[in-house]
Design a protein around this ligand. Structure first.
Ligand code: NAP
Length: 248
């Protein structure tokens, strides 16, 4: 018999926005499936903390979402762990510049497969369990899906595609499963390849009416609201951006 505690799977949840969202849902009494690709130590530290607060309430699952076979395995391990799935948060993503003229097929595959193909096939594989439990999905999009940032055409296309999937799924999966999106503005500056210099960051803040970066809790709060407190909301994409999209 399936457990009664609701269960959420969050992809790319070992750190940053995904980890904050995992903590927030856990505090609401949910059980958490923390997906990670490479950050095993951080994923294990996160679930150990949660399991100390509430025994057997968190589990980490590794998978490379650029591989379809890994996505299928992740879905079957996730849905089997507590024999239920009530929420899927498609959070894992890659972000780096691919100026037109220099982008490669590898760039196309890396960005489109992770940011767009993976959410589609993961949702498809999790659908029977989500339907059974009248679950919901939140996709992490980006305000750049509508107003593109320069030199990131593949990233912007991947997030625009995810916005389209959000609306298609909301229509197609109703009334069993609700599907919404959250579009962050500047919350945490990118790491690694996507690094921006300080003047670029300042230029973004200058165009943000609330004049600051967001806090990961702002994103986690919006996701928790859409999953837990919005039974009549589906097909919506909420910009959590301090008003930045008003000035783009
Ligand atoms: N941060 C912001 O201010 C901001 C702004 C706009 C939109 N967003 C969106 O919000 C979401 C979270 O943002 P974030 O900055 O917290 O994300 P992030 O740190 O850039 O990425 C989250 C995780 O994605 C995982 N990932 C990347 N490629 C993967 C693959 N092939 N297979 C499996 N996992 C993979 C990584 O897992 P491992 O580390 O375990 O390898 C990474 O930790 C993203 O969808 C992002 O596009 C964020």
């Amino acid at each position: 018999m399936a457990a009664t505690t609701p269960v959420a799977l969050i992809t790319g949840a070992a750190h940053r926005l995904g980890a904050r969202t995992a903590r927030a849902l856990h505090q609401k009494g949910w059980n958490l499936l923390v997906h990670y690709r490479s950050r095993e130590q951080q994923a294990n530290a996160l679930i150990e903390q949660m399991n100390r607060q509430r025994p057997d309430s968190a589990c980490a699952i590794q998978a490379d979402l650029s591989q379809l076979s890994e996505i299928t395995r992740l879905a079957s391990e996730a849905t089997a762990h507590w024999d239920r799935l009530d929420a899927l948060v498609n959070n894992a993503s890659v972000f780096y510049p691919t100026p037109t003229g220099g982008a490669t097929e590898d760039d196309w595959s890396t960005i489109l497969d992770t940011n767009l193909r993976a959410p589609f096939f993961l949702l498809q594989a999790c659908l029977p369990s989500l339907r059974k439990h009248r679950g919901s999905v939140v996709n992490l999009i980006d305000i750049y899906s509508e107003k593109p940032v320069a030199d990131h055409p593949l990233y912007c296309a991947s997030k625009a595609g995810l916005a389209a999937l959000t609306r298609s799924w909301a229509k197609d999966l109703a009334p069993d499963v609700r599907v919404n999106g959250v579009s962050p503005g500047a919350i945490l500056w990118p790491e690694g390849n996507g690094d921006m210099d300080t003047p670029q960051q300042q230029a973004i803040l200058d165009k943000t009416p609330l004049a600051r970066t967001g806090n990961p809790d702002d994103i986690a709060g919006a996701i928790v609201f859409l999953i837990c407190d919005a039974p009549f909301i589906t097909g919506q994409i909420v910009a959590v951006d301090g008003g930045r999209s008003l000035n783009m």
